[in-house]
Design a binder for this molecule. Structure first.
Ligand code: SF4
Ligand code: SF4
Length: 372
């Protein structure tokens, strides 16, 4: 279901979210006594107007609908970096969630407990640590942000579930699955395991360019909802100018039979895709490596290495906070004389450092030769 939503005013949001709950029969699935876990995207502490996080006003509107059905609201998330009660309280406060939750009577999860669990249906990954509330949720609502993503191309409902993995366990997964295809399959395994009951993606202020944290806000004015994270992502990727086949995790989701191969196979409710589409939505900086398959086999590894974008620190603006080093799965960043430095020999180009830099001074570069 796609809806035009012009801003984050409470009246408009309440009306649109209520329409989603009615149209998708969500009220009938909720009952008094249930605890509904809301999973926003709070990848890093930032102000809602930067379009990095799910806007707290949307979370408030969704939580109020949940309360209307008599259920309780628990907001849970694990951003990048260490996952402790102190860091989590600071993240909620810095993102404007503490005041919102107090005003609405929602609980914020700050105990930071997690458990290692098997993923019985996992194709690529069959075991991982998950933050506790996601394991025992009566009902799970995935509240993603519509953004581009430097590593996997697009960040929406499927990618948002990666926040169910506790803080520093995320870099471990980057290490286990350093290549985009394996990483995308792992994301699908995780999403398939958690199976959110409802997904609402915040595309009111979306992010284009080098998302998920270093891009530019683009005011799309869209709310997208579905009971399927794959279907909502196919629609949102299309709004971001990407066909499902261009985003590996969505291509694999179609191959696994989780979503139709193309948007034409989906039943769309609400406003039409055409009426909500915008021209020239900027993609994340990524190399087209298709041409590599046409090179002689012995040249491919070197060509791939050259063609893959790499992180570059703007030393002048680096404040030496160490957030990049903390998030680097390869421990290949050192702080020397209050400036971060990357040892590229061990860099797997996962862009966790780019994602976590609060000053946005880690650029994504590629050689001009491949800048096509
Ligand atoms: S996170 Fe950014 S500002 Fe902080 S040390 Fe790394 S590059 Fe510098
Ligand atoms: S330096 Fe950055 S891109 Fe390279 S492995 Fe570390 S976090 Fe990933």
């Amino acid at each position: 279901m796609l809806l035009r939503c012009t801003g984050y005013g409470a009246e408009e949001l309440d009306e649109k979210v209520d329409a989603i709950f009615q149209e998708l029969h969500i009220y009938e699935e909720l009952s008094p006594g249930m605890t509904v876990v809301l999973k926003p995207n709070l990848v890093m502490t930032s102000k809602p107007e930067e379009a990095i996080i799910t806007h707290p006003a949307l979370v408030a509107a969704v939580g109020k609908c949940v309360q209307r059905a008599g259920a309780k609201v628990l907001i849970a998330e694990s951003p990048g970096g260490p996952y402790t009660p102190m860091t989590m309280k600071a993240a909620f406060r810095g993102c404007g969630y503490t005041d919102m939750a107090e005003a609405c009577g929602f609980s914020l999860y700050t105990d930071c407990e997690s458990r290692e669990v098997p993923l019985p249906g996992g194709v690529r990954c069959r075991r991982m640590a998950i933050v506790s509330p996601f394991l025992g949720a009566d009902y799970l609502i995935d509240l993603a942000k519509l953004k581009t993503h430097s590593m996997v191309g697009f960040s929406g409902a499927v990618k948002n579930m990666f926040g169910a993995v506790p803080g520093l366990k995320k870099p471990e997964l980057h290490c286990r699955f350093p290549e985009k295809p394996e990483f995308s399959e792992m994301l699908l395994d995780l999403c398939d395991f958690l199976q959110p009951d409802l997904c609402i993606t915040d595309g009111i202020w979306a992010m284009e360019g080098n998302g998920p944290t270093g891009g530019t806000r683009r005011d799309l004015g869209v709310l997208a909802a579905s009971k399927s994270p794959y279907a909502v992502d196919v629609c949102c990727a299309k709004l971001a100018g990407l066909e499902a086949g261009q985003v590996l995790m969505l291509r694999y989701a179609a191959e696994r039979g989780l979503v139709p191969q193309s948007i034409d196979g989906l039943e769309l409710l609400g406003d039409s895709l055409e009426s909500l589409s915008v021209p020239d939505f900027q993609k994340a900086e990524a190399s087209s490596t298709d041409f590599i398959d046409r090179l002689p086999r012995f040249l491919r590894p070197a060509a791939k290495k050259l063609a893959t974008p790499y992180p570059r620190i703007e030393k002048k603006s680096c404040v030496g906070c160490g957030k990049c080093a903390e998030s680097c799965p390869q421990n290949t960043i050192e702080i020397k004389d209050h400036k971060a430095e990357i040892d590229y020999r061990r860099c797997i180009r996962c862009f966790c450092c780019h994602e976590m830099c609060p000053k946005h001074v880690i650029e994504i570069r590629r050689l001009r030769l491949f800048n096509v």
